[in-house]
Design a protein around this ligand. Structure first.
Ligand code: ARG
Length: 459
């Protein structure tokens, strides 16, 4: 009878459907390298402590390394009927080194083993996410640097509000992604504690050296409580939450890309290699990448809720429910990675249609605040000035003209404070370049923002 490694007390083979239901190999086989890495460090500790012999240790090293290399080369196929990657690798090691292989699991449980593997795997993936974020921030920096003069309307309520530049608008996203980067770095700090040696839940009677294994694997320190070591999945939730925010930011950005590439806006044109056509409408050029990123944000939110819900009712310590953690968090990680990887070059290759942006800025009275500020600076209380400016806008709307086209005598009818220099004051470029307050869209203020991003990129 083909028995599981844990099958000693069982007299019947597992029902086939239950076997399929119970296994996690289809998801956790992704962690085969981390499983080997963790086992190597564990075995080295066992040898150093005199728990296994030097020669057993050597066999374990040879066995584990050859298994890892054979899986990588394809020479060894992972058996999808195995329960999980931990069982598969240990079983294979025991086939190759029957005596030493059986000693590897001394002073260890799959409970601390899986907790370790997931941390190792996610630590690496968090690093990749940070690299991809940095790359995206770099692309935003490039596009922003080229567009510090590209005037466009800034919106509130999706109504034209005040003049900004494309650089200014894009730098808002740099700020979001820089915070995301920070959050990942912070998550990594808390993730970087080592659970191995917690064993099933209550540690072990063997004289193990947890600090040694932890430092071999690059961790800050061992998790200090063995029950927490096997039960904690906070790092999965934190990472899923970081990713939910990254996806939310990407999704908002996507929404703008979708709007901006519509005929109604036409602020940008996506490159042919980053857009798709329609099977029936020959004229179509669709922003599918941005739409998919927006759509995939749903999964990232779902995975976060899955993890939180999964954990909320689990008593200490390990429970099989926790096997469900990997599918959720791995999906979040892969989703965010691919989204970041396609989003950056889509942005980099898009064409900015500066004239259309500027044209949109001319209409919509985005200089009405500046008209009010003009009066206020001449001594009129702002609320009064605001009212006059609003009445002037209404007048222009009824005449079908802009504030710049309204004659001086009309201005004067509303207030004596208006002089010829009102036209200069409400000129779009004046409105933009006078906005020099910290964080504002004038060229000088934007250059400061660019330099903040630049120092982040060079860090
Ligand atoms: N496949 C399991 C998981 O992913 C490994 C740990 C199993 N431990 C146990 N006692 N059944 O969580």
């Amino acid at each position: 009878m083909a028995q599981n490694l844990w099958g000693a007390r069982f007299s019947k083979e597992l029902d086939a459907l239950v076997n399929e239901f119970n296994q996690s190999i289809k998801v956790d086989s992704l962690m085969y390298k981390q499983d080997v890495e963790g086992s190597l460090a564990h075995a080295e500790m066992l040898c150093k402590q005199g728990i296994i012999t030097e020669s057993d240790y050597q066999d374990i090293v040879d066995g584990l390394c050859s298994i890892r290399d054979d899986i990588t080369s394809g020479a060894l196929k992972i058996d999808m009927n195995a329960e999980d990657i931990h069982m598969f690798i240990e079983g294979e090691l025991t086939k190759r080194y029957p005596v030493a292989g059986k000693k590897l699991h001394t002073a260890r449980s799959r409970n601390d083993q899986v907790a370790l593997d997931v941390r190792l795997y996610l630590r690496e993936k968090t690093g990749s996410l940070m690299d991809e974020l940095k790359n995206l921030i770099g692309v935003i920096y490039e596009v922003a640097s080229e567009n510090t003069d590209s005037v466009m309307p800034g919106y509130t309520h999706l109504q034209r509000a005040q003049p900004v530049t494309l650089a200014h608008h894009l730098l808002a996203y740099s700020a979001m992604f820089m915070r995301d980067y920070d959050r990942l770095a912070d998550t990594q700090k808390r993730l970087n504690f080592c659970p191995i040696g917690s064993c099933a839940l209550a540690g072990t009677t063997y004289n193990i050296d947890r600090a040694f294994t932890a430092s071999k694997l690059g961790f800050t320190a061992p998790v200090f409580n063995s029950m927490d070591g096997v039960s904690d999945r906070d790092f999965c939730v934190e990472l899923a939450s970081d990713i939910a925010l990254i996806m939310m930011h990407l999704s908002r950005f996507s929404e703008e890309i979708i709007l901006w590439s519509s005929w109604e806006f036409k602020f940008i044109e996506l490159d042919d290699s980053y857009s798709t056509g329609s099977s029936i409408m020959p004229q179509k050029k669709n922003p599918d990448i941005a739409e998919l990123v927006r759509g995939k944000t749903g999964r990232a939110y779902g995975n976060l809720i899955t993890l939180l819900t999964l954990l909320k009712g689990i008593p200490l310590a390990y429970n099989k429910d926790m096997q469900e953690d990997k599918e959720a968090i791995f999906d979040s990680v892969e989703t965010a990675l691919i989204c970041l990887k396609v989003f950056a070059p889509m942005l980099k290759t898009m064409t900015v249609l500066k004239e259309n942006m500027a044209k949109a800025g001319e209409k919509g009275f985005i200089n009405a605040t500046d008209c009010a500020d003009y009066l206020a600076k001449k001594g009129m209380p702002f609320r009064e000035a605001y009212k006059i400016s609003g009445q002037l806008v209404a007048l222009c709307v009824s005449k079908g003209i802009t504030l710049n086209q309204l004659e001086l005598q009309e201005y004067k009818k509303m207030s004596d404070l208006f002089e010829e220099d009102i036209y200069e004051a409400i000129d779009m470029l004046t409105c933009l370049n006078k906005r020099t307050s910290e964080g504002a869209p004038s060229k000088s203020a934007v250059e400061k923002q660019l330099s903040i991003v630049e120092s982040f990129l060079n860090d």
